[in-house]
Every structure is written in C-alpha cells, then in structure tokens.
Design a protein around this ligand. Structure first.
Ligand code: ASP
Length: 315
C-alpha cells in the first residue's frame, strides 16, 4: 500500500535546551504538533500533498512563536517583509512571493500565484497588489508584532549587521543568537504525489528588499515526484549559492543516492564547507522522509501512515 507522510520544520539554528524554559519548550512542541495534525488530516482524508503542506504551513504562520506570518522578524526598517513558496511535485507547478507585507498567510498567496496567475514568482508591491485583487486576507501592522522579535531586533538594529560578509563580526553574533527561523512542510499523499512549502520572515535586521532562499525554487523549496520534495531553513544566502534543494534532487536523479544520503551530502558536507548553517526536511514519493541539520537544533516533526511519529527540537 502507498504510504502517506508529512514532515514539517519551524526553523533551525542555535537552539539550545539551556536557553529554553519548560513552558516555552512545551509551547513550541505543541505548535509543531498542531501543524503536523493539520497537514496529516488532509492526507488522511485523501487530500493532495500540496493541500497538506499548505494546511500545515498556515498553522505555523499563525503561531507567533515561529518566524513566518504572525511573529515574523523585523527588517532594518522595523517592518516585516515575508517570503514564501509552494511547489507541486506531480507537475512541477510552483508559486512564490517575496517581500510581501501585511499578508496574513504568505503561503496562501504563493498558492494563488501558482494556481491563478500565469507566473511563478511575484515580489514586493506587485505581489501585494495581486493579494488584494485575489481577496487574500490582509492584517494591520500590529498583527505581526511580537515583543520577542522586537527585542531581538532592538539589540542589533543600530549595527549595520546585515550585509552578508562572512568576515563581518555582526553576522557571527546574529547567527549565534539564533536570529533566524522559517517554517516549512513536505508531504507525500496516498497517490504518491509529493509537495513542498516554505514561508519566512527572513533574517532579523535584513536590508530593505533582501530576499532569502525560501521563495526561490530550487534553493529553499523544491518538489519533483521523481526525486524528492524539500523545504530548507538556515542562512539563506548560502542556501541560494548552493542551490540546496535542487542539489538534493540532482544527487538522487543523477547519482542514484537515497533521500537521506543526498540530504546528508548537501547539509553536512557541501553547505558546511561554505559555512552554510541550517537544515532541511525532505520526502520522497514512497513516503520516506528525512530531517537533516548541521546546527544545534531544528524545530521539526513528522508522521507516517505506518504509525511513525516524532516531534523534536534539539540534536
Ligand atoms: N532561510 C531563511 C532566510 O534566509 C531564514 C531561515 O531559514 O531561518 O530568509
């Protein structure tokens, strides 16, 4: 019988147990479980992988603890600019948005681009205008505000800390302080179709107009029934330069690697060589999944129709 399965993440980085209170840890685990349940419910009702990843991502976007939708990080200008992408591995259709503001669920806007525009990728004002035209739900600025992200931003906003130069000390400090996060989901449905979704507020104090890997098809998000569906999280610039998600697909297609082998190669070898901290979740059309990261932790969860179920944070 065809297995169905789903895996989700809520970002990777320097996530350490010592920094966590029991209450906060419980809230993160519950947030992951809620999103996993929403996506799994779609699959259980014989829904499509693409609807499952969207459902799970919406729940994570609505949860203020995660850096996507509500609770997104602050840019250098003190606002939220969000990126998202979704891809359907059954026909390689995809939709993405970058630098959108006030959109409650950027993943829904990405899906709208996929289904109801002739394009794959809309950015900035054009993406926002499209959201209004399509009746996508908007929220006022206050909706996205979280004290935690504001405090993170306040600590670095007077630095010029976000030109991504590796020799720049500020970057190291930002990374150490785990000021990144993203959410994503991958799923394999009962027909053996796979899909991926990723949504993010990006990186704290990012420059106006900066776009990360998340909405870039092949870098932060990719899905192809013949290989894998991947959603990444981590230092976006390095994932873009590595074309990380598509590289996993290529290693499977051209080198015959398994999903786990290909993800290990990209995350623990290739990305590590250039200092690309982060991780990714992946799934194949048999319902196998893998959760791989080279950072101290990654908020993650997965469930399969054979009864496998995990929710975890640290290494
Ligand atoms: N990859 C995201 C970005 O660079 C951030 C993250 O995953 O934490 O925008």
């Amino acid at each position: 019988m065809q297995q169905f399965s789903i895996a989700i993440h809520g970002g990777a980085g320097t996530i350490l147990k010592v920094d966590m209170t029991p209450a906060l840890e419980a809230a993160y685990l519950q947030g992951l479980q809620d999103a996993l349940d929403a996506g799994y419910a779609v699959l259980e009702q014989e829904g499509s992988a693409v609807n499952a990843v969207k459902a799970a991502t919406v729940i994570l976007e609505d949860n203020i603890l995660f850096n996507a939708g509500r609770g997104s990080v602050f840019t250098k200008k003190g606002v939220q600019e969000m990126d998202a992408a979704i891809m359907d591995g059954s026909d390689l259709s995809a939709g993405a948005v970058a630098g959108v503001r006030n959109v409650r669920n950027p993943i829904e806007l990405a899906m709208e681009v996929m289904h109801n525009s002739n394009h794959v990728f809309l950015c900035g004002k054009g993406a926002n205008d499209f959201a209004i035209k399509q009746g996508i739900k908007l929220e006022p600025e206050e909706y996205f505000y979280s004290q935690f992200r504001y405090d993170q931003w306040k600590a670095v906003r007077d630095s010029d800390g976000y030109s991504l130069d590796h020799t720049n000390h500020q970057i190291e400090e930002l990374m150490k302080d785990k000021k990144f996060g993203t959410v994503g989901a991958v799923a394999c449905d009962s027909k053996g179709n796979i899909a991926a979704a990723t949504s993010t507020g990006g990186m704290t104090n990012k420059k106006y107009g900066r776009v990360g890997d998340s909405p870039i098809i092949g870098s932060g998000t990719y899905a192809n029934n013949h290989t894998c569906a991947i959603s990444c999280t981590g230092h976006g610039e390095l994932f873009i330069r590595s074309v990380a998600a598509y590289d996993v697909s290529c290693l499977m297609e051209y080198k015959g690697m398994s999903l786990q082998e290909a993800m290990d190669e990209v995350v623990n070898k290739k990305l590590m060589l250039i200092g690309g901290e982060g991780g990714m979740i992946g799934i194949d059309a048999h319902g196998n999944y893998a959760l791989v990261f080279n950072s101290a932790g990654m908020y993650r969860a997965a469930r399969k129709s054979d009864g496998t179920h995990e929710v975890s944070i640290y290494k």
